[in-house]
Design a protein around this ligand. Structure first.
Ligand SMILES: C[S@@+](CC[C@H](N)C(=O)[O-])C[C@H]1O[C@@H](n2cnc3c(N)ncnc32)[C@H](O)[C@@H]1O
Length: 226
């Protein structure tokens, strides 16, 4: 399994990464109406979604490998007077009890691994999520230009290593739809979107991700056919 590496948040665009994504408002509303209470923001970064969910009344735990990210969120939550549990940790080995969370939110995070690592992380998420719990997460698509064309160093047949910016030496794992369907045998899939973010940061891009909403089945965990 490739060595994990957190983001170098000093190199990132603070304005961009402190503004919650569009879907977070939708899920805050949906999960509240469904009576969900506890959310793990896995790979919280600077904490934009943790802050949003905490403002909406959820009990939020924010976890990230980057001490810088967690420091930023600690300052932010104190400034706005919100209670958020923060943890520096590796998503390969989560320091949480089984069945601890109603929801896991993980936005542009779980792809920061390789093929072997992804399976470990998925098992960890299945462990900490309650049966019937919700997950919303994103994965990099094999249609993305960084996988298809960019010439980054190859880690395994699904994984490349980024070589500059805030993601320097951070692995990126890429999938296609059938991989996701195989991996998620313990979940009922609600929806999967395949989105090309074709203009971003002021220029034409070909950034392609899967956006996945699923619910952990209630009948126990099984080994998936992967
Ligand atoms: C693209 S950023 C997304 C941050 C946040 N989810 C957001 O949407 O603002 C990816 C985050 O994943 C974290 N990360 C990478 N590998 C990790 C690991 N093994 N365990 C925990 N966090 C990790 C990085 O440090 C970074 O903060």
């Amino acid at each position: 399994m490739v060595k994990p590496k957190g983001w170098n948040w000093k190199e990132a665009n603070e304005v961009l990464w402190t503004n919650p994504c569009e879907e977070s408002y939708y899920y805050a509303n949906k999960w509240k109406r469904e009576g969900k209470k506890t959310i793990l923001d896995l790979g919280c970064g600077l904490g934009r979604h943790s802050i949003l969910f905490a403002k909406e009344g959820f009990d939020v735990t924010a976890a990230d490998l980057s001490q810088e990210g967690i420091n930023y969120l600690n300052d932010w939550k104190n400034k706005v007077g919100l209670e958020i549990v923060t943890k520096v940790c590796d998503m390969n080995q989560l320091p949480f009890k089984a069945n601890e969370f109603d929801c896991v939110w993980s936005y542009h995070v779980i792809s920061h691994t390789d093929t072997a690592g992804f399976l470990v992380i998925l098992k960890e998420i299945e462990r900490v999520l309650k049966p019937g719990g919700n997950i919303y997460f994103t994965l990099c698509s094999k249609e993305d230009q960084a996988y298809k064309e960019a010439g980054f160093p190859v880690v395994d047949s699904n994984t490349i290593m980024k070589t500059d910016g805030p993601e320097k030496d951070v692995p990126h794992y890429y999938v296609e739809l059938n991989d996701i369907l195989d991996f998620l045998c313990n979940f009922d899939i609600v929806q999967i979107k395949h989105v090309n973010n074709c203009f971003f940061g002021g220029s034409k891009q070909n950034r392609v991700h899967y956006y996945i909403e699923a619910i952990l089945k209630e009948d126990g965990l099984h080994s998936c056919n992967v």
